[in-house]
Design a protein around this ligand. Sequence first.
Ligand code: 6PG
Length: 501
Amino acid sequence: ATADVGLIGLAVMGQNLALNMADHGYRVAVFNRTTDVMKKFVASENPPGGLVGCENLKDFVASIKKPRKIIILVKAGPAIDAVTKQLFEAGVEPDDIVVDCGNSLWTDTIRREKEYAAKCKFFGSGVSGGEVGARFGPSMMPGGDPASWKHLEPIWKAVAAKVDAQTGKPIETASPGKPVVGGVPCTTYLGPNGAGHYVKMVHNGIEYIDMQLICEAYTLLSNLLGMKAPELSKVFGTWNEGDLDSYLIQITEDILKQPDPVHKEGYLVDYVLDAAGQKGTGKWTSVNALDMGIPANSIAEAVFARCLSALKEERVEASKKLKGPAPSHSGNRDELIAAVRDALYCSKICAYAQGFQLMREAQKEYNWTFDFAAIASIFRGGCIIRARFLQKIMDAYTRDKNLVNLLLDSYFNEQIQKSQSNWRKVVALAATNGIAAPAFMSALAYYDGYRAERLPANLLQAQRDYFGAHTYERIDAPRGKAFHLDWPEPGRPQVDIVPGS
Ligand code: 6PG
């Protein structure tokens, strides 16, 4: 056995991660269900030497040094179980570590770790950063048996993205064969069983809302100011130099200036069909938020915005029948651009507050102990949501590791105070001009709801008690004491307050 690590699944992510490991001096055994793909990949490797191509799983397993470290990068779902079981038949032993690096549901990882415990150490690790990330440095979110982590740690730390120790900015100078040397790796052990995949899922939920917010800024500016793609590209370019500096803003700048490759004139973005796809991680985040009773409303809103966009044909028909105001703006152009920037920034703070609030709750539910500064730290480079802003989140959780909500941190509170009047203006403009901006609006509703000492849930509780005798609590009684009134619904005699048990 000569390989330091094995990798199964040579689609884009698998190939790039294998090359990344090879660049760092690891000898990587590679296997793919379709042998031709493996052969082509190994033959095209340049410079050669780091990869051991295997045509069957027996040879693959035999070629890896013990305890074996085997990364699976196949489609999340039943394929993970199928491959794991095939590995057992091919000779994987109880001390070997099988790492699922896909976007698996964290509860599946918890289940798999238990189910396969007698046959291997099953480990889960989120990997973010797409193709380029996998090749030159992704953000890696490992969770599982701590002893297994000790074996994986050197590899994970080597291949992960690096940020500058002083500034926290991603170091983006890697090229094939020349990995980044030094810097702080964007990976840290997150906890046992499904902790890594859970954090990756929340990362994706935040990714959904981050993207949706950018799309809303784009639609507001194009509808209210009639700005065209290249002009908008410049706006995003400017934003990328300030607090909003992030990978997603940067790619938006690039996307908006891309000419259409088919037509001689125009920009590609204007020819892209406005029907969003999704593979489910944003939905999982939202479902989990609902299950745990955590108000991640903007994350869910971003998922629903994709769902609404996907009803393309229905929307086209509805657009002929359902009337609303025609967008227009007579105010100062630069002021509006600045206001939209502020709305985006404030909404983004709320989106991250929701994602981190969700993780706070999940750790109680699953007995994990998350280090939120460390989570923010590994999001600073490599992943899709990497942003200058993550350094500020890291600072906030370093100041107070038990911070209840990001909004309560002094820095973020101050940022919102500075920008909230513009945020409100933009939300009002969206409403009066008939432009759908669900993420901006829901983030503002989250902010205003969260800071409200009193919400109208008093009336809601009274309604529940009225029709269903669901009881209510009183402001002048201890929490938990239930009251019920026989409300004067027709057919029911009124009686006085009945103090609850
Ligand atoms: C990442 C991404 C990635 C995800 C895509 C597509 O962190 O690298 O989150 O894992 O698969 O972004 O997700 P959707 O198809 O759901 O948009």
